[in-house]
Write a protein that binds this ligand. Structure first.
Ligand code: SAJ
Length: 457
């Protein structure tokens, strides 16, 4: 370690004591935002022995956490929350962000950063959290942002807000770091614990404090870089996924036209050691991938760079629910049926398999468009409790009985092994299936005398 670094460390130890307190698990951690990643992360720190206080504006979430229950369906989270709240008494929740800042040495902000109807970043939740933190900030605290943010936000928005509201100076009086969450919903706990973590501090001290903090909850590498680079890394990761899915979707549209099975082709292509094409589907949903590329697109427009590939990938993925609508119409016409007189059963409301999250789900576009055209829509999902205006049921048989067309929108495990004989007996003949997720084998469906239409075949 060079002399400068040693002096910085010495300053940390002397001035704040925070370094030691993190190592001793004596630092108190506050988490603002108890959502899909905020709660799992808060619970993991609590499980490691830290006293954690979390804030969420939603009183229902706070109430549920405080009785030791998880408000979301995520593998292992219910048990973990019960353990840290009820048994270990290491995690409590409140609706007051100010209380979190007052009672903590470290505050992690992990709130939603959506886009608005014009696809511009909507940073109101982050701004509100930064103001609350700033107004209650004390010398020596470490503030970490985990939300996905547009390039430059830490230096241009977060730090100035914290300084203005507190009257303190970052670097001299308090520490700021950016470390985006990188865990995939449905495997969140495991990925927080094992994925490598990237950290950018606005000073070397901030970076070092954040580094030793996160080493407590991950066995993955903890990598550090300039804060602006780290902001760009997170956006690159999700944009890469969006573009890769768009490639799969475009190929699927081509294969559909050519009468070739895109899944067979992609699976074989992925056999090549340097190819990893993702899976085509009915669209890209969730809170992250459909909006993160727009953070890049907006910044590119501002500085006059034309992002052709990223823009077109987004448009293509946004068009996929409309391709499903086209498949529904085509499949009914093929059997001499009229969409207007048909009953459509949509299987899957969540944006992807085995989650209860329906934010930005492609099913919303499909269901709302069918309803707008006055079509009779029934829907089912094992995890959610309502859809977007159709007749929803948690009982699949109820949703599917009498349907002319069954549309698979979500890759829930529960839909992988559908009983085709049963389906045929309760659907209107011939029993049309539009498989947006390619969960069923076309040959198996056709063998039963039913009709199969899938994305990419
Ligand atoms: N999808 C496809 N085909 C695929 C994979 C996904 O159509 O081959 C669809 C899904 O069905 C879903 C959407 O894309 O509708 C997004 O799902 P996802 O599983 O790709 O991603 P998320 O949004 O659940 O989580 C992503 C992850 N990012 C990456 O893997 C690069 C996660 O690690 C991030 O933490 C998360 O975004 C986030 O919060 O940013």
């Amino acid at each position: 370690m060079d002399t400068g670094k040693i002096m910085q460390m010495a300053r940390l130890l002397n001035d704040t004591g925070l370094y030691d307190r993190i190592l001793l698990k004596d630092a108190r951690i506050g988490v603002i935002g108890l959502g899909y990643v905020g709660l799992p992360m808060a619970a993991l720190f609590a499980d490691k022995g830290f006293n954690v206080i979390g804030a969420d504006l939603n009183p229902a979430i706070v109430e549920r956490v405080n009785i030791g229950r998880s408000p979301i369906n995520e593998v292992g989270l219910m048990d973990l929350v019960r353990r840290v709240v009820v048994n270990k008494k290491k995690l409590i929740a409140t609706t007051e962000g100010s209380e979190v800042v007052e009672k903590s040495d470290i505050v992690i902000i992990i709130v939603q950063t959506p886009i608005d109807e014009n696809k511009q970043p909507d940073l109101r939740a982050l701004e509100g959290a930064c103001r609350t933190v700033g107004q209650n900030l004390r010398k020596g605290q470490l503030i970490v942002i985990e939300s996905t943010i547009p390039p430059g936000t830490t230096r241009k928005m977060v730090v100035p807000l914290l300084e203005t509201e507190s009257g303190l100076s970052s670097g001299d009086d308090f520490f700021v770091a950016y470390s985006p969450e990188r865990a995939i919903p449905t495997d969140t706990l495991n990925e927080i614990k094992t994925n490598s973590r990237i950290i950018g501090g606005i000073t070397p001290e901030s970076e070092e404090l954040a580094r030793i903090l996160y080493q407590n909850i991950t066995i993955g590498e903890v990598l550090t870089e300039d804060v602006s680079v780290v902001e760009a890394v997170k956006l690159m990761e999700n944009t890469y996924r969006d573009v890769n899915i768009a490639l799969a979707n475009e190929f699927a549209l081509l294969c559909h036209g050519m009468g070739i099975d895109a899944m067979k082709a992609i699976n074989l292509a992925n056999n090549h050691p340097r190819v990893n094409v993702l899976t085509p589907g009915p669209g890209v949903g969730g809170h992250c991938i459909p909006k993160d590329p727009y953070f890049l697109i907006n910044e590119a427009e501002r500085i006059g760079v034309d992002l052709k590939l990223i823009n077109n990938a987004r448009k293509l993925n946004e068009s996929m629910p409309h391709h499903v609508l086209k498949l529904i119409d085509e499949s009914l016409k093929d059997s001499g049926k009229d969409l207007n007189d048909s009953k459509i059963a949509v299987l899957g409301i969540a944006y992807k398999g085995n989650t209860d999250d329906k934010r930005d789900t492609p099913s919303e576009v499909v269901i709302k468009n069918l309803l707008k055209a006055d079509i009779n829509v029934f829907s089912h999902d094992p995890f959610v409790t309502q859809d977007f205006g159709g007749k929803f049921s948690n009982n699949m048989e109820e949703a599917v009985t009498g349907a002319d067309c069954l549309v698979i929108m979500t890759d829930h495990d529960a839909y992988r092994d559908l009983d085709l004989i049963k389906l045929k007996s309760i659907m209107n003949p011939p029993g049309i299936i539009v498989d947006g997720r390619r969960l069923l084998k076309p040959e198996a469906v056709k063998e039963k005398g039913m009709k199969y239409f899938g994305v990419g075949c």
